[in-house]
Design a protein around this ligand. Structure first.
Ligand code: GDP
Ligand code: IMO
Ligand code: MG
Length: 431
């Protein structure tokens, strides 16, 4: 029995979807435990592209069960659209392949509207959220006023909860934000309709997962967002509203930590960030634009250009500390091909003093200047490399340097977006 958590080791968009798709072959069940449709996970299989916001990236593997667990905030409209698109393309033929937690909190129209108007009001101080209602939905969950999946199929309870929520939300929307009020009747009908459609997928996901694991099933947990976006350990307030670190996989799914066999961090060979917040290695020059173009660094959820910079080892070391990484999957190495030299941030300088750790204070993080090490680049196209030894010597040297400065072994190197553009050095399910 071995179950693996895949987490983002940077600021999200590290390529978790692709890595989960690859590891899914060796797992029986794939689970999303945290976040919501703020996530955008892209997979490319034989040239065909798929983007998932809620459905686990294992869904393209026939026979593998996929679970959206209680810790995920679910927008039912988005989920149904995603299910529809998959069915159109010939996948998800059996509804039983996808399970949705009965206790998952539901994203309501007022969450989405509040997310938007709140960001507008913040103006230049905005977080740069994905405007999908994630923060407001998690707030209601913590305030114990949220509406959960099980209530979508109980019309009386749903109506009562919706009425109580709308009383306050409409007051806020109208009087504080000067926005449109939301109609009780329209939402009631729309959401009860979603409940009917999603009902075949609703189960007790914690029970399902634990029973499967007790029978020997291997479970793969698909992290969303990235370590530095964690609500407790990230660059608060420029974070998302859930625990994106490995512990979130357990709390969100109802699977105990004693059943987890390993944690694989995913990191790009450089770094990107979407939205506001500190990013010490950010590039504002042509080199940054070149990485953005070659890496196609535009958000899969919002289409926003991603901020691009060099690999930040203190960030990955921090991710190692918080997640206890067994190994690292390194993505997008191909994007660096053709650069005369590659820089790697190994420490920061803050107030004239060298610092090896990510600072806790936001002000210090914003002030941090990267201390770089530099290695030679390579010119060759590396996307057809199948073994580590197929990589040019300079690329091998960079991978070894990244292992050394992060303190984590690199068990996989991704050299292109497609499933087969991958060098698997070690299989975490067999390690
Ligand atoms: P996620 O949110 O962590 O799943 O990452 P995203 O899917 O948002 O962003 C990663 C992007 O990089 C996607 O468009 C992937 O198809 C692409 N990608 C993943 N691995 C590689 C790689 O090794 N090379 C290149 N060129 N693209 C990759
Ligand atoms: P995946 O799973 C990158 C960022 C947003 C914003 C902050 C808060 O694809 O890696 P939110 O809408 O969650 O309240 O926004 O978090 N963010 C992500 N950035 N990848 C993601 O997901 C993200 N999900 C949220 O850009 O800065
Ligand atoms: Mg993404």
């Amino acid at each position: 029995m071995k179950s693996i958590i895949v987490v983002g080791a940077q600021w999200g968009d590290e390529g978790k979807g692709k890595i989960v798709d690859i590891y899914s072959e060796f797992a029986d069940v794939v689970v999303r435990s945290t976040g919501g449709n703020n996530a955008g996970h892209t997979l490319v299989v034989k040239g065909d592209k798929f983007v998932f916001h809620l459905i686990p990236s294992g869904i393209l593997h026939p026979g593998k069960k996929c679970v959206i667990a209680n810790g995920v905030v679910v927008d039912p409209k988005v989920l149904l659209a995603e299910i529809g698109r998959l069915k159109e393309r010939g996948y998800l033929k059996d509804d039983g392949q996808l399970k949705v937690g009965l206790l998952a909190n539901i994203i309501m129209p007022y969450h989405i509207l509040l997310d938007r108007v709140r960001e507008e009001k913040l103006g230049s101080r905005k977080i740069g959220t994905t405007a999908r209602g994630i923060g407001p939905c998690y707030e209601d969950k913590i305030a114990r006023t949220g509406i959960r999946a099980c209530e979508l199929i109980r019309p009386d309870t749903f109506a009562e909860k919706l009425r109580a929520n709308l009383e306050l939300k409409n007051f806020l929307l109208k009087n504080y934000y000067g926005a449109e009020e939301i109609s009780f009747q329209a939402v009631l009908e729309e959401y009860l309709g979603y409940g009917e459609l999603l009902k075949p997928h609703f189960v007790d996901t914690s029970r399902f997962l634990n029973e499967e694991m007790n029978r020997g099933a291997k479970v793969l947990f698909e992290g969303a967002q990235g370590t530095l976006l964690d609500i407790d350990h990230g660059t608060y307030p420029f974070v998302t509203s859930s625990n994106t670190t490995a512990g979130g996989a357990c709390t969100g799914s109802g699977v105990p930590p004693t059943k987890i066999g390993g944690v694989v961090g995913v990191s790009k060979a450089y770094a990107t960030r979407v939205g506001g917040g500190p990013f010490p290695t950010e590039l504002f020059d042509e080199e940054g634009q070149r990485i953005r173009d070659r890496g196609n660094e535009y958000g899969s959820t919002t289409g926003r250009p991603r901020r691009c910079g060099w690999f930040d080892a203190p960030v990955v070391r921090y991710a190692h500390r918080l997640n206890g990484l067994s190994s690292l999957a390194l993505t997008k190495l191909d994007v660096l091909s053709g650069l005369p030299r590659v820089k790697v941030c190994v420490a920061y300088e803050i107030g004239g003093v060298r610092r090896d750790e990510v600072p806790l204070s936001l002000a210090e993080f914003e002030e941090a200047k990267p201390v770089y090490e530099q290695v030679e680049g390579w010119k060759e196209d590396i996307s057809t490399a199948k073994e580590f030894g197929d990589l040019p010597k300079a690329a091998q040297k960079l991978v070894r340097l990244l292992e050394e400065v992060s303190g984590v072994e690199i068990s996989l190197v991704s050299v292109g977006p497609d499933r087969n553009e991958t060098i698997m050095r070690k299989n975490p399910f067999r390690a």
